[in-house]
Design a protein around this ligand. Structure first.
Ligand code: HAM
Length: 415
C-alpha cells in the first residue's frame, strides 16, 4: 500500500508555502545579478566519479551519504549531494581553464543520506554561487559580502560569520604532523570515527561533534601557525577587506568544513534561531581535480540551505515580499449561466484577472463555501435570471457588499 507521507527526510512543498520560496529565489537573482552572476542549471545526477574526485573519497558525504545507483546500462550515477562538483564538471573545457572568470549561481534540490532531524533533510534545497577561474583574497571577501547582502535582502539578521584558512596542500604537511603528534597521545579516549580519521583525514577530527573528542580538540595545536607566510598574508588580506566592507566576523581556527576541495579561505554562517543544525550557509575557495590533466578548476563560492533560511525567517517572523494575486470566484446557477460563466472566466483571464469557477453542478451554498475556502477576494454570481437581465452580481468579499453591475463595469471594478 502506498503511504501518504513522502520518504523520510523529504517533503512535499504545497502552493501555499511557495511565496516564501519564491522570495528566497527572487532575492538571490536580484542580489547576485548586482555582482554579475547568471544562472546555471546542471543535471540533478552525475557520474559518481564527479563527486568522488571532486569532494574527496574520505569525506563523510562521499563515504556515507551519497544516493548512488546503477542505471539499466550499468553506468554508475549519484544524485548530487551538493552543487559545486557538477558545476565544475560543466566548466571543464570552457575558457575558465585559461584564467577567464565565470560567475554563476544555481538553485535546486540536493540529496544526502543523513539521519533526518530538524533542519537536516535527505532532499534539501540550496542556492549556491560559484566564482570560477580567478584567485584573489579580495574576491573571497566579495563573496562573503554578497552573502551578507543576500541575507539582509531576505530579512535575516543576527547571523554569525565564522572564517578560517585551510592553507594549500603543501602548507598542510607540517600542520598535519603537529596534529598527528598531538592526537596520537589521546586517540584511545576518542570516538571510533576519530580513530579512523587519524590515519585517513586527520582534519575531520577538528570538527568532531562528540563531547569527549571536542574537549581534546580544544587544546590541539593552532594549525594556521604552521602555514606558510604567503598563506597567512592571503588570509590577512581577506580579513582586511572584510574590515573595509564593515563586515563583522569571527576567526575560527578550527573551522575545516566537510568537503576536501577547500584551500585558503573557508567560511560558515550560523544562526542562533536554529538548534543543532545551525549552519545556514557555508563556502570557501577551492581547487577541484576533475579533468584528465592535473590542472584543477579553481574558484570561490558558497551555498545557503533554503529550508534552514525559511526556519530562521519563521523564527524572526519575516513575511514574504511576494503576495498572492487577488482572484475572482464565479458562482453559477443553471446550465445556461454555467456555460456563459466559463466563457466569462476566460475573458477575465485575458484581462489579467485571476479567475476560478465551478465546473460540476453544485448548489449556490456549496459554491460560496468553496469561494470562502479558497479565500477568494471577489465573487461574481450569475444565474439564468441575471443572464436574461444582462447583469452579474458582484460581491466584494472583504466588505461583504454586493451590487448588480454590467459585465463592462465588472471588468473595470476588478481591474
Ligand atoms: P555545505 O556546507 O555542505 O556546503 O552545505 C551548504 C548549506 O546547505 C549548509 O550550510 C546548510 O544550510 C545546507 N545543508 C547541508 N546539508 C543539509 C541537509 N542535510 N539538510 C538541510 N540543509 C542542509 C556545500 O554544499 C558547498 N557546495 C558550498 C560551496 C559552494 N562551497 C563552495 N562553493
Amino acid at each position: 500500500m502506498i503511504k501518504k507521507n513522502p520518504p523520510p527526510g523529504t517533503s512535499d512543498i504545497f502552493s501555499d508555502e511557495m511565496n516564501d520560496w519564491y522570495d528566497l529565489e527572487n532575492s538571490a537573482k536580484y542580489i547576485f545579478s548586482l555582482y554579475g552572476y547568471g544562472e546555471i542549471r546542471t543535471p540533478v545526477f552525475e557520474y559518481t566519479e564527479v563527486f568522488k574526485k571532486g569532494l574527496g573519497d574520505e569525506t563523510e558525504v562521499v563515504k556515507k551519504e551519497m544516493y548512488s545507483f546503477e542505471d539499466n546500462g550499468g553506468r554508475n550515477f549519484t544524485l548530487r549531494p551538493e552543487g559545486t562538483a557538477g558545476v565544475m564538471r560543466a566548466m571543464l573545457g570552457t575558457d575558465v581553464m585559461n584564467g577567464n572568470e565565470k560567475r554563476v549561481y544555481y538553485i535546486g534540490p540536493m540529496f544526502r543520506g543523513e539521519r533526518p532531524a530538524a533542519g537536516r533533510k535527505r532532499q534539501f534545497h540550496q542556492i549556491g554561487i560559484e566564482n570560477i577561474g580567478k584567485k584573489s583574497p579580495e574576491l573571497d571577501a566579495e563573496n562573503i559580502a554578497m552573502l551578507v547582502d543576500y541575507l539582509k535582502e531576505i530579512g535575516i539578521t543576527g547571523s554569525e560569520i565564522l572564517i578560517n584558512t585551510r592553507g594549500n596542500k603543501e602548507d598542510r604537511i607540517p600542520a598535519e604532523k603537529a596534529l598527528k603528534n598531538y592526537f596520537e597521545k589521546y586517540i584511545n579516549e576518542m570516538c571510533e570515527d576519530c580513530k579512523h580519521r587519524l590515519n585517513t583525514n586527520i582534519w575531520r577530527i577538528l570538527d568532531c561533534k562528540v563531547e569527549g573528542c571536542k574537549k581534546i580538540v580544544e587544546n590541539s595545536p593552532d594549525v594556521v601557525s604552521y602555514f606558510s607566510q604567503e598563506t597567512q598574508d592571503y588570509f590577512a588580506k581577506v580579513c582586511k577587506t572584510l574590515d573595509e566592507f564593515g563586515i563583522n566576523y569571527k576567526v575560527e581556527p578550527r573551522l575545516v568544513r566537510g568537503l576536501d576541495y577547500y584551500v585558503h579561505t573557508v567560511f560558515e554562517l550560523t544562526h542562533s534561531a536554529l538548534g543543532g543544525q545551525n549552519a545556514i550557509a557555508g563556502g570557501g575557495r577551492y581547487e577541484l581535480y576533475l579533468g584528465q590533466k592535473k590542472k584543477p578548476v579553481i574558484g570561490v563560492g558558497f551555498a545557503v540551505g533554503m529550508e534552514r533560511l525559511l526556519m530562521v525567517r519563521e523564527a524572526l517572523e519575516v513575511k514574504s515580499k511576494i503576495e498572492d494575486k487577488p482572484f475572482v470566484y464565479i458562482v453559477s446557477m443553471g446550465e445556461v449561466a454555467k456555460l456563459a460563466n466559463i466563457k466569462l472566466a476566460q475573458e477575465l483571464r485575458c484581462h489579467n484577472i485571476a479567475t476560478l469557477t465551478e465546473y460540476e453542478n453544485k448548489s449556490m451554498k456549496a459554491q460560496m463555501r468553496a469561494a470562502n475556502r479558497l479565500n477568494a477576494n471577489h465573487v461574481v454570481i450569475r444565474g439564468d435570471l441575471e443572464i436574461e437581465k444582462n447583469v452579474v452580481v458582484y460581491k466584494n468579499m472583504e466588505t461583504g457588499e454586493q451590487e448588480e453591475v454590467s459585465q463592462e463595469e465588472l471588468i473595470n471594478i476588478l481591474k
